[in-house]
Write a protein that binds this ligand. Structure first.
Ligand SMILES: [Zn+2]
Length: 104
C-alpha cells in the first residue's frame, strides 16, 4: 500500500501556508493560505493513489478502478443503468392506475 498523504504547514516568504505532502514528507502540491484548500487537494491525491488497473467483473476488460467499490468499467455501468431504467418502466406498466372520476 502506498503511504498516506497529509496536509502540512510550509513556510513561503516567511508566512505559514498549507500544502499536501506524501508519506515521506515531500511536498507534492502547490501551497495555499487555508488548510481547507490543501485538504480538498488531498482527497484527489488519495483517490488517485487508490486507482489501479483492474479487470471489469462484467466484461473482463481492463480499466482504471478507483478502489474496492469500483469493479465495473464505464461501459458496463452505463449498460447497467440503462437496464435499471427498463426494469423500472416494466414495473410501472404493471401498476394499477386509479379510475378517473366521472365529471359531476
Ligand atoms: Zn465492463
Amino acid at each position: 500500500m502506498k503511504p498516506p498523504f497529509r496536509v502540512v504547514p510550509v513556510k513561503v516568504d516567511g508566512r505559514t501556508r498549507h500544502a499536501v505532502a506524501d508519506g515521506e514528507g515531500r511536498v507534492v502540491s502547490a501551497s495555499y493560505d487555508h488548510a481547507a484548500h490543501a485538504a480538498q487537494l488531498l482527497r484527489g491525491f488519495e483517490r488517485r493513489a487508490r486507482q489501479a488497473r483492474r479487470a471489469c467483473l462484467c466484461c473482463g476488460e481492463g480499466f482504471k478502478s478507483e478502489g474496492a467499490h469500483h469493479r465495473l468499467c464505464d461501459a458496463c455501468r452505463r449498460r447497467g443503468a440503462a437496464l435499471h431504467g427498463v426494469a423500472v418502466q416494466a414495473v410501472s406498466v404493471g401498476r394499477a392506475v386509479p379510475p378517473r372520476r366521472a365529471p359531476t
